[in-house]
Design a protein around this ligand. Sequence first.
Ligand code: NAD
Length: 368
Amino acid sequence: MKKLLLIEGDGIGPEVVGQTKKIIDFFTKNTDKKFETESALLGGIAYDQTGTPFPQETLKLATQADATLLGAVGGPKWESLEYKYRPERGLLGIRKELSLFANLRPAKVFNSLAESSTLKPEIVKGLDIMIVRELTGDLYFGEPRYVKTLQDGSRQGVNTMTYNSKEVERIAKVSFDLARVRNKKLCSVDKANVIETTEMWREVVTEIGSKDYPDVMLSHMYVDNASMQLVRNPKQFDVIVTGNMFGDILSDTASMLTGSLGMLPSASLGEKQKDGKQFALYEPVHGSAPDIAGKNIANPLATILSFSMMLRYSFGYIHEADMLDLAVENVLELGMRTSDIVGINQKPISCSQMGDCVLEQLIKLSNK
Ligand code: NAD
């Protein structure tokens, strides 16, 4: 029995997590993969009910769980709050407290949705790449960081790009391991020609590769070229690993190749402990979509696919993850679309209908 923490959060969070709960319950009732779920508050709703966007109780439950699934947090209601009370502080807080350093962002194009991309279908059809972004270092956390007024009256802003070799090593290992179970190709992205920190990054990744992963083909690319190649010929990549800032930008570019925010899952993983436990948070890439919240029209597939990532990466339930991915693919092949991915002459279905369609396909696949 695996212990899951479900955090619905704000906006469409409860709707998309609700549909995913149907899938979780399906596995528990019908397979030998069993899940026990608990709920916790995070974000705006947590602030409303407890006075903080990241209650201690949520942290406690997250550390006790085998994995956590999050909907989304945030919304206009909380935008004018003092910084420390904003919903996003809850999200950053849980990532930090669980030391989630590896952010996995797959960009997969389901063939029946290839037309939704802004790129030509032949460029993106069959695309299946994985971007691994380091999440706890780099310019976002490096010290010193400040903006100060100088003696001449002008202002100076300083942020620090910093990594130590241990941080690079652990993200490199996660990425090599992923490449090993995919197509055995890893591209490390840096700016080693002008930034010393990333020159060290390149050296460390190369060393790990030649020592421990001779079976994985390692290449290196400068970030400016990588951003170009991602839109020119994205299918050349399998796994890409990069630092926090470059990853922030490249993962958004890659996700847009797929055409819709409502289809994009993600995982954030912590370090493996000695007892084998590894904290992990799974969440859709999209936000709380306040403009459509409560209307039962959100696309739940990104959250359902995030649960599939949980099956695969936290529990090694590869067969079940493949089955769930196939159920989603079949639903799309059948022409089922929520309004964000609907094509001309197609009639959109609701969020809950989409959840039911995936469930129906799962039942069919598991009876085969
Ligand atoms: P958003 O992702 O919430 O929405 C952007 C657009 O995409 C909206 O038009 C929305 O309706 C649509 N959309 C998003 N998810 C969808 C889905 N599943 N199905 C159909 N359409 C979908 O981004 P935003 O509008 O910039 O932010 C809204 C709030 O969410 C803000 O408070 C922001 O801070 C927060 N946010 C949270 C997270 C998170 O929890 N991880 C991530 C991004 C933004």
